[in-house]
Design a protein around this ligand. Structure first.
Ligand code: NAD
Ligand code: MN
Length: 501
């Protein structure tokens, strides 16, 4: 494992690198070793106050309010270029702080650059409508930014979730206060630095660090914040939505999932095996769209699992900075314990452990938060493992025979984030795409979220759609403007009729 010097990090408020107002700091660690890798400011409500006033000023009267769409576009494209120029350095920092394998971190940095480029290019295309009226009136709409956006993100894709939030908000002309997860603050701070380097004015991108229950909560409650965009657990989303009600804040939410992955006998079975491995074990299963419930048709159940389980056993778990490694640790010792707890519950409820289910503590790995790739067979759709989000490399395999029974089971959770169907029957594929309650359905493909396509949840998986043109709607409000073109003077009382007409 690589030893790393402990660095001291600052927050970014009003373009300045600052420590917490009260001087508090907390340690950030590497999930690979649980060694301390950095000291980060532990913000309080006072820092939220400072960030809101910087963001307000930048929006209400600062230079950002005078940037033309083309200037905003160029600034976002410069952020994309800066990310692309430093892929390796940023990917290493991401892997160090969140434990995802270096190959996945590189892909995340590139996806983040693509997101900035996509929204950079959309910044010049925010047009309203001109609406024909019944009478001598000209009517049109303006698409305007909300103002100051609080953006609260989770630890599983620290940089990419920051990009998904910041890029569309800036394209639309808002200013932002970004609050990364307490355990993974580093690449969000770095992104704030890159935005500054790209010439985005002071106060437009503020990054504050510290506990969600303190600074996240203060952001959600602050009357100077116009909108909250949140990604994280459904339970946290529930609290945020309740608190936002006090100020009727605009809220968008990207929450948890328990997404089904469905394989029919007419599918390309090898392809389905490869795709299903990817869909559950990448990022050590800590993916909101992880396909955590594998529905196998009984005709192929045994044959599929024989190969699938052998392949799962072959996944190389280890130091995520090593090129050979295929799965890294989970985020924290608490998360590892939570994952193992769910494995225990699954066994108790009668699921059949096919592989994994334990921590990995060979040699160097003992100090980190490693869990074996885990597969449970013969899971019933009502079991805890099939209902609750585990957020680790644990798969629940559920057999099915009939399509109706399958759809009922697949839709039987509070979540509705994503779903996959493996089949070569074109009617079945498109029919199921309609019947599955999920914001994102993939056919014969595991999971993919490019900036061009909308992303978000049905049911308790969220409110609103990120990415694509839909993602801009989260950061724009519509104003209607009506203009009187009549040559007759307007005089309601003076023209009062003698008798009812
Ligand atoms: P979390 O809800 O614990 O925390 C998310 C963020 O909210 C963190 O920054 C945290 O500090 C902050 N926070 C915590 N309490 C808060 C409060 N009371 N007020 C305001 N902010 C508060 O989520 P997590 O554990 O970091 O991430 C894992 C979860 O995120 C999983 O449920 C996963 O499904 C979900 N997720 C969803 C998506 C999606 O797009 N739908 C993407 C990634 C992750
Ligand atoms: Mn959490």
């Amino acid at each position: 494992m690589t030893a790393t010097a402990i660095a001291t990090w600052d927050m970014i408020i009003g373009g300045e690198d600052v420590q917490a107002a009260n001087g508090d700091a907390f340690e950030t660690v590497s999930p690979t070793t649980n060694d301390v890798i950095g000291a980060v400011p532990k913000g309080s409500a006072e820092d939220v106050e400072r960030a809101v006033s910087a963001a307000r000023q930048a929006f209400d009267s600062g230079p950002w309010s005078r940037f033309t769409p083309l200037e905003r576009s160029r600034a976002l494209n410069r952020v994309a270029d800066l990310l692309r120029g430093r892929v390796e350095e940023i990917a290493r920092l991401e892997t160090l702080n969140c434990g995802k394998i270096i190959v996945e971190s590189r892909a995340d940095v590139i996806a983040s650059a693509n997101c900035f480029e996509y929204y950079g290019n959309l910044a010049t295309q925010l047009w309203g409508e001109q609406i024909p009226m019944n009478g001598p009136l000209l009517d049109y709409t303006l698409r305007e930014p909300y103002g100051v956006c609080g953006q609260i993100i989770p630890w599983n894709f620290p940089l990419l979730m920051a990009a998904w939030k910041v890029a569309p908000a800036l394209a639309a002309g808002n200013t932002v206060i970004l609050k990364p997860a307490s355990v993974t603050p580093l690449t969000a701070i770095l992104l704030g630095q890159l935005c500054r380097e790209a010439g985005i004015p002071d106060g437009v991108v503020n990054v504050i660090t510290g506990p969600g229950g303190v600074i996240g909560d203060a952001l959600v409650g602050h009357p100077g914040v116009d909108k909250i965009a949140f990604t994280g657990e459904t339970e946290t989303g529930r609290q945020i939505m309740a608190k936002a009600a006090q100020t009727i804040k605009k809220v968008s939410l990207e929450l948890g999932g328990k997404s089904p992955n469905i394989v029919f006998p007419d599918a390309g079975i090898d392809e389905a095996i490869n795709g299903s491995l990817f869909a559950i074990f990448t990022n050590a299963g800590q993916r909101c769209t992880a396909r955590t419930r594998l529905f196998l048709h009984r005709e192929i159940y045994d044959q599929f699992l024989e190969t699938f389980v052998a392949r799962a056993k072959g996944i190389r778990v280890g130091d995520p900075l090593e090129h050979e490694t295929q799965m890294g640790p989970v985020i924290s010792p608490q998360q590892r314990d939570r994952v193992l707890h769910y494995c225990g519950v699954a066994s108790d409820e009668g699921a059949e452990l096919l592989t994994g289910g334990r921590k990995v503590d060979l040699g160097n790995l003992a100090a980190g938060n490693f869990v074996e790739p885990t597969v449970f067979g013969q899971v019933d759709a009502g079991m805890t493992l099939a209902q609750q989000e585990v957020f680790g490399p644990v798969l629940a395999v559920i057999p099915f025979s009939r399509e109706d029974e399958l759809v009922t089971m697949a839709n039987s959770t509070i979540y509705g984030l994503a779903a996959t169907v493996w089949t070569n029957d074109i009617k079945r594929a498109h029919t199921l795409a309609r019947r599955l309650q999920a914001g994102n359905v993939s056919i014969n493909y595991p999971t993919v979220n490019p900036p061009e396509a909308p992303f978000g949840g049905y049911k308790q998986s969220g409110i609103g759609r990120e990415l694509s043109r839909h993602g801009l709607d989260l950061y724009l409000q519509t104003k209607n403007v009506v203009v009187n073109l009549s040559s007759q003077p307007f005089d309601w009382y003076g023209r009062w009729p003698e008798r009812p007409v």
